[in-house]
Design a protein around this ligand. Structure first.
Ligand SMILES: *[C@@H]1O[C@H](CO)[C@@H](O)[C@H](O)[C@H]1NC(C)=O
Length: 211
C-alpha cells in the first residue's frame, strides 16, 4: 500500500515537473544571487547548503552575484536593495573570483555572507573574505575598481537570460538550461531533485531518494 502510494506520488511529480537529469553523472547548478534578498538567503541556507553537503562530489556549483543590477549609462549601478546590495554583490564577485577552482571555499564563503550577521550587506564588512583566508588588500583593490570591469561584465552577461526568463532572485539554472519549472521546484525540494537525477545514473551509487 505504502509503496503503491509512493509510486503514484512519484508519477504525479514527474508529470507536474520537468525532470532534472544529470549530465555525464554530474549536475551543474548556477544560482543568480543578490546580497540583500531574503529569498536568496532561504535558498542558500535551506536548500543549496544541505544538497551540497550530501551530493557535492557530483555537483558543479556556480554563483552569479548580480540579481537585478542595472548598469547605468553614467557608470554607476542601481541594485534592487540599494547601495549596500551593489557593494556586497561586487565584493561577492571579487571573492568568488579569488576562490575560483575551489568549490568548497566558494560554498563556505556564500554561506557566510548569507547568514547572520550578513557581514557584507548589513555591515559592509570583509569578515567572510577574511574567513576564507584571502588577502584583504587584493579584495579591496578589486572592490574599488571602477564599475565596468571584466567581473561585472561577465556577471551581467551571465545574469541576462536567467533574469529575463525566470524573473526571480535567486534564479536557479541546472546544466545551463533555463527551465522555470525546475527553478521553482528547486526552491522547495532541491535535495530530492538531485537525488532522483543521480539515482537514474547507477554509477553514482545514489539510492533511497525521498520526495
Ligand atoms: C547616474 O545615473 C543614475 C540613473 O540614471 C542616476 O540615478 C544617478 O543619480 C546618476 N549618478 C550620477 C553621479 O550622475
Amino acid at each position: 500500500m505504502a509503496v503503491t502510494y509512493s509510486l503514484l506520488l512519484l508519477s504525479l511529480l514527474a508529470l507536474a515537473n520537468a525532470q532534472l537529469e544529470a549530465v555525464n553523472g554530474r549536475i551543474k547548478i548556477t544560482t543568480g544571487t543578490t546580497s540583500g534578498c531574503g529569498d536568496t538567503v532561504n535558498f542558500i541556507t535551506n536548500q543549496l547548503s544541505d544538497a551540497y553537503e550530501e551530493y557535492k562530489e557530483f555537483l558543479d556549483i556556480e554563483f552569479v552575484p548580480w540579481g537585478r543590477t542595472v548598469q547605468n549609462a553614467n557608470g554607476t549601478q542601481t541594485c534592487q536593495f540599494g547601495p549596500n546590495d551593489c557593494f556586497a554583490n561586487r565584493l561577492h564577485r571579487c571573492v568568488l573570483d579569488q576562490l575560483k577552482g575551489n568549490q568548497q571555499a566558494q560554498m563556505d564563503y556564500m554561506r557566510c555572507e548569507f547568514s547572520t550577521p550578513y557581514p557584507s550587506y548589513l555591515q559592509r564588512s570583509y569578515e567572510c573574505a577574511a574567513a576564507a583566508g584571502l588577502n584583504l588588500v587584493t579584495i579591496d583593490i578589486c572592490v574599488a575598481t571602477p564599475v565596468g570591469d571584466h567581473l561585472d561584465a561577465a556577471a551581467q552577461a551571465a545574469a541576462a537570460e536567467p533574469m529575463a526568463t525566470i524573473d526571480f532572485v535567486p534564479s536557479i539554472v541546472f546544466n545551463d538550461q533555463i527551465d522555470v519549472d525546475l527553478h521553482t521546484a528547486a526552491r522547495s525540494r532541491l535535495k530530492s531533485m538531485i537525488c532522483f537525477a543521480l539515482a537514474d545514473v547507477p554509477e553514482t551509487g545514489v539510492t533511497n531518494c525521498q520526495i
